[in-house]
Ligand binder design. Structure first.
Ligand SMILES: [Zn+2]
Length: 274
């Protein structure tokens, strides 16, 4: 069985996770982190294994999972694999991500991003030594296009991306919470009760994480719907208060805050957010 290495190595320091899967002859990366520093440390981790990088697999189209590709891949000429929808979403949205992330992260947001270059279809398998990765092309879910990967054929080891968060606040601003909830139902049915999910934020988690994630999304959408949007600032504060009560942690709270007005706009409660 291949060995899974998580990055950053100290989970307490991790805003987002990525993984190196070490096989007998090489390494397959799953996602690439956000910042230059973290991706560089992941590259050093790769080099310390003393095996070549075979490929990078992406779990979805968000920048905290592809922003570090340039540092991670360095001069290696390897396939960076994702469904066509993930590839197209990243190419389409990267300019907007640059506008948002440059002021937040400065030089830690890569000056030049590297994009996925190798499309794959739903259900296709890529095999490297004893590691076989099968992609699930979910379409819109947590991001505009999501693509978890199953490692092996028993469904017990899954790189789930951001389909569930490990008791951290969540990003819903892309507006696909209905699709996300439907995907949670389908994924929860699909995997055995002892499956282990390697995820983007926290974890690893088990199948019970799907129930928590569903409750988080439903609570958030209800909070937005029930807020009084004739007073937008108070509505924002009311959603924040309710979600902080649901999950009393600062962890990724800014992602949830960024989602309030976009979801309100998506539900037709306020005019579209520019
Ligand atoms: Zn993420």
């Amino acid at each position: 069985m291949p060995t899974i290495h998580r990055f950053p190595e100290d989970p307490a320091q991790a805003f987002v996770n990525a993984y190196l899967v070490e096989t007998s002859s090489g390494v397959v990366a799953v996602d690439a982190l956000l910042t230059v520093s973290d991706a560089r440390a992941m590259r050093r981790g790769l080099e310390s294994l003393g095996k070549p990088l075979h490929a990078v697999l992406l779990t979805h189209s968000h920048p905290d999972h592809y922003g570090g590709l340039t540092e991670l891949v360095a001069a290696d000429d390897v396939p960076i694999v994702a469904p066509r929808g993930v590839i197209d979403t990243i190419a389409r949205d990267d300019v907007e991500k640059e506008r948002i992330l440059r002021p937040m992260f400065g030089d830690e947001w890569a000056a030049e991003r590297t994009f996925p270059n190798t499309p794959i279809r739903d259900g296709e398998t890529l095999a490297f030594d004893d590691a076989a990765f099968t992609v699930i092309d979910l379409g819109p879910s947590e991001s505009p296009h999501d693509s978890p990967w199953i490692l092996g054929d028993d469904g017990r080891t899954v790189f789930l991306g951001d389909q569930v968060y490990d008791h951290k606040h969540c990003y819903l601003a892309d507006g696909f919470h209905r699709e996300w909830l439907a995907n949670i139902d389908a994924l929860q049915e699909r995997f055995p009760s002892d499956a282990v999910f390697h995820i983007g934020h926290g974890g690893p988690v088990g199948v019970e994480a799907f129930d928590w994630q569903r409750r988080y999304i439903e609570t958030f959408v209800a909070a937005v719907e029930e807020a009084d949007w004739t007073r937008p600032e108070e509505a924002h504060a009311a959603v924040l208060e309710r979600m902080t009560r649901f999950l009393p942690t600062e962890d990724l709270r800014f992602l949830m805050e960024l989602s309030i007005e976009p979801v309100a706009a998506g539900l037709g409660l306020i005019a579209a957010v520019p």
